[in-house]
Design a protein around this ligand. Sequence first.
Ligand SMILES: [Zn+2]
Length: 261
Amino acid sequence: MMSYPNEAMSLVALQYSQEQIKIQREQVRSRLLRDAPYARQPNFTTIAAPDLLLLFRLYDQVFFAGRLAPLVIEKSGKPLQFRVSRAMTSAGGKTIWSKRNGKTTGFEIAISSSLLLNSFREGDRPIHVSGQPCIDRVDALMRVMEHEIVHLLEMLTFGNSSCSQTRFMTIANRLFGHTHPRHGLVTARENAHRKHSIRVGQRVSFTFQGKEFTGIVNRISLRATVLVPDKSGIRYSDGKRYIKFLMPLARLRPIAEAPVE
Ligand SMILES: [Zn+2]
């Protein structure tokens, strides 16, 4: 019980050479592909929480000698939780720290399946995650998990974490060779543009319950939010009133507009 936070501090201070990182990653990868319940192919088409649990355990064994998982239990009273999220359409992963009355009640790592499954399709552009080129979905998943592990380590050690800070990048670089805090996975926005030629701000028309509407795309996630001007709608920041529609991208027809001179 007395090992926190010095135990966490010693994990944060770990440093691996490029060669060690390569060898250790290969161990994680080959065991994941051998034992994962769903994510068993380099470009898997299904992924679930048990895959994330296994992946985390492999990282813990190979990079931290199994010392990371016990720290989470020590700090929060329960094991790290995992979640695969289809609704996360711009972040590749998230590490969530829940607290109640100032007391830590748990840690969770969520990974976006939509981003991973939208990336590495045939004819896709090259994908970089954390500043490194990725060859397939397993590779990208591993980079995202590494990024979230650094968030977790920072939370356990310092009680806060931010990947836009130098401290985060120093740790991520020493442990995993990361050079950049961002992922370049195909987001819902990019996918909407490439597959449906739809962007935020785009004028579109669509049919809803047999009626024809014209509006402006306001937001893109798994579906698009379209604002249609209407006197009975809600007033928006531009002073006009709109009715909001949540539409599947495939049902929107982009309206070509003449360039504004
Ligand atoms: Zn981050």
